[in-house]
Write a protein that binds this ligand. Sequence first.
Ligand code: NAD
Length: 232
Amino acid sequence: MKNLVVLTGAGISAESGIKTFREMGGLWEEYDVMEVASPHAWENNQELVMRFYNERRKKLLEASPNEGHIGLVELEKYFNVHIVTQNVDDLHERAGSKNILHLHGELKKSRSTIDPNLIYEISGWELKTGDKCEKGSQLRPHIVWFGEAVPAIAEAADICEKADIFVVVGTSLNVYPAAGLIDYAPNGIPVFLIDPNDVGTKNTEITFIKEKAGTGVQKLIGFLKEKSGSND
Ligand code: NAD
C-alpha cells in the first residue's frame, strides 16, 4: 500500500466545536496566546496557564470527532496513513486513526518540570498547583509552547519524506517548524490541501479542496478512489 501522510491543524477540529486561533486575531478563546502558551507565561502566572489548559481540557472532554477525523480513518482501508498533527486534542485517537504523531504535545497529558521523560495521563480535566511527578516536581501541561523546541519534528520529517501522497487539512501553515514539513514531501507527488479559506504556500503543484474538513475529506476520498479505480 502507498504511504499517505496527512498534516493536520486546528481547522480539522473546528467542526467538533474546538476553536482555531488564527481566525480570532491571535486570541485563543479570549486569551492572548503569548500570555498562556509560553515558558514566560508559566514562570510569571502559573495559575492562569493552568486555568487556560484546564478549560481547554474540559471542552475537549465534551467534544467528539467529526466527519473529517472519521474520513481519515476510512482512508486506512486503501493506504498506510500517517497523521502528523499540530493539534493537542485527542480527536484523531478517538476517531480510531492508528498512526498519530503529535508535534505540539497532548492536552490530556502532563509532564514533569524536572524530567521531560516523565509524562502522565491526566484523569478528568483538572491539573492543579501541587500535582507532582514521582520525583517531586510540579507537573505542567504536556504542551510545546511558543519558543520551545519541537522534539518530534525529526520523526515527522522522516515520515513526510516517505510520503507517496501528501494531504494538508485545516492549518494556516503559519506556525514553524510544522509548516515547513510540506517541503519534505518528495517532489512530484500529489499534494492536496483542504481548507475553506485561502492558505498561502510556495508549493504550486497543490490541488486545493476549498471545503471544511468534513466535506473536504469526503471529496478527497472520492478523488483518490476514482484515481485508483476502486469500487468500494
Ligand atoms: P490556525 O488556527 O493557524 O489555522 C486554522 C486553519 O484552519 C485556517 O487556515 C482556517 O482557514 C482553517 N479552518 C477553519 N475552519 C475549518 C474547517 N471547518 N475545516 C478545515 N479547515 C478549517 O491553526 P494551526 O495552523 O493548526 O496552528 C495553530 C496552533 O495552535 C497549532 O500549533 C496548534 O497546536 C494550536 N491549536 C490547537 C488546537 C487543537 O488542538 N484542536 C486548537 C487551536 C490551536
